[in-house]
Design a binder for this molecule. Structure first.
Ligand SMILES: Nc1ncnc2c1ncn2[C@@H]1O[C@H](COP(=O)(O)OP(=O)(O)OP(=O)(O)O)[C@@H](O)[C@H]1O
Ligand SMILES: [Mg+2]
Length: 415
């Protein structure tokens, strides 16, 4: 019997909900206990547009998770994504004592608090505040100011805000499904937590998650997030283009894309584009598929590049680009990305080391793994485990799950 703590999270993706139960291991990482996937309903652009359908979809997904993991779930953490999110750069400063002295944790806390108090529209809520860099007496580029002697501490922080209305609506959907919302994390930051190594974040890296309807991106540098954003295009738009170009139904286009999708014309034999317009129903050759898909993927990647906008910073990303999300699975995505960004790129879908990862079915699990890691770190940082001991108890409730015992199972069945 394992001694770890159980953590439940759910990724509300634009094409499907993916839920996981994980257990903390002795080496401080996680092991997968169970998983579930449900095709999305009532959810669009990061919001539950049909509360009833969305809540039923959550309930089905978590019930499957309970069956797969043999765990009762009472609540879970989840991701936040969509066009209602905004990222902002905040600056703040505090003066340190009457004369210079070593900077203390209380000074750092104070300057972060001031950055957090930046004026934002009343309908937005601050979701995360991440220090980008500090300055002490106007010396810039300081990663950790603790102990440095100075009289003025300044911070540049990366803030992500989200619509209060959407955040409340998501909580409402989770509660309508009869679960407890245990906290949220920005989608791409969760994926970054799962997929990027500390060294890559230090050297500078861009993560691009090409999902179904959205592509989320984040840039890390000196170990911290520098910027993030999203664009409203993803893998589903490639399918729509293919259905339109080959004059086939959506399902057929999706199958063609998954089995033979190529997004770079120079990887396949060239075709005359006139066949797209002349033939009754053009033959779906690889050349034609690439000719249809390449412009859309090029557009998605170029929009990400422009959305970030800082070409000098981009050129200095030592660890290049990491591509993830189902939309990046088509052949040629990595090469096209390297061409557009002029950086080394690689695809990555799971953390390098994760116990139990082999039991995960095909699909995109990085975001929900990151949510579990974030949740585990959050609990550790709160120091609750010292107070509450191992396993269930209040902490078990906090993280929202109980391992089923034979007795509990019986009670559940009877009750
Ligand atoms: N083998 C494949 N080849 C090409 N595309 C694929 C493949 N498998 C899945 N996809 C595409 O991946 C997309 C879904 O990706 P993913 O599961 O990462 O999205 P999501 O997490 O639900 O959405 P989002 O991240 O936008 O909220 C769909 O457009 C799907 O067609
Ligand atoms: Mg996703």
């Amino acid at each position: 019997m394992s001694q770890g703590r159980l953590i439940v999270a759910c990724d509300f993706g634009t094409t499907g909900f993916r839920a996981l139960v994980t257990e903390t291991t002795a080496n401080g990482d996680l092991e997968i206990v169970g998983c579930a996937h449900e095709r999305v309903e009532g959810f669009q652009d990061g919001d539950f547009v049909d509360l009833g359908a969305g809540a039923r979809c959550i309930a089905r997904c978590i019930r499957d998770l309970e069956a797969d993991s043999d765990i009762y779930v009472s609540g879970f953490t989840y991701n936040i994504a969509g066009s209602h999110l905004h990222s902002v750069r905040a600056t703040a400063q505090v003066s340190i004592g009457p004369g210079p002295r070593p900077i203390r944790q209380s000074d750092v806390d104070e300057v972060i608090k001031m950055a957090r108090s930046m004026a934002i529209p009343f309908d937005q809520k601050i979701l995360t505040v991440t220090p980008v860099e500090y300055s002490v007496d106007r010396v810039r580029g300081i990663v950790d100011p603790l102990g440095r002697v100075g009289s003025l501490l300044e911070i540049q922080a990366h803030l992500v805000t989200g619509s209060r209305s959407v955040l409340n609506n998501i909580e409402n959907a989770v509660e309508t499904a009869k679960y407890k919302p245990l906290g949220e994390e920005v989608d791409v930051m969760a994926a970054g937590m799962a997929l990027l190594e500390a060294q890559e974040k230090e050297q500078g890296a861009m993560l691009i998650d090409i999902g179904g309807e959205i592509t989320n991106w984040a840039v890390y540098r000196k170990g911290a997030i520098l910027a993030n954003g999203s664009i409203p295009w993803g893998g589903n738009h490639l399918t729509a283009d293919l259905a339109h170009g080959l004059r086939v139904e959506w399902e057929e286009a999706e199958n063609i894309k998954r089995q033979r999708g190529v997004v770079m014309r120079n990887l396949v034999p060239e075709v005359a584009l006139s066949s797209l317009f002349e033939e009754e129903r053009p033959e779906g050759t690889k050349g034609l598929i690439a000719a249809i898909l390449e412009p859309r993927m090029e557009e998605i990647l170029t929009m990400v590049k422009n959305d970030f906008g800082d070409l000098r910073e981009l050129a200095s990303l030592g660890a290049g680009v990491v591509l993830t999300g189902g939309g990046s699975l088509c052949r040629g995505t990595k090469s096209l990305c390297e061409e557009i960004f002029d950086l080394q790129a690689r695809k990555r879908y799971l953390p390098r080391k994760l116990a139990g990862a082999q039991q995960l079915p095909e699909g995109q699990w990085a975001t929900v793994i990151g949510l579990c890691r974030w949740s585990a770190r959050d609990v550790n940082q709160s120091g609750l485990e010292e107070d509450l001991g191992q396993g269930g108890g209040l902490l078990g409730k906090l993280r929202g799950m109980f391992r089923k015992s034979v007795g509990q199972e019986k009670m559940a069945a009877e009750g």
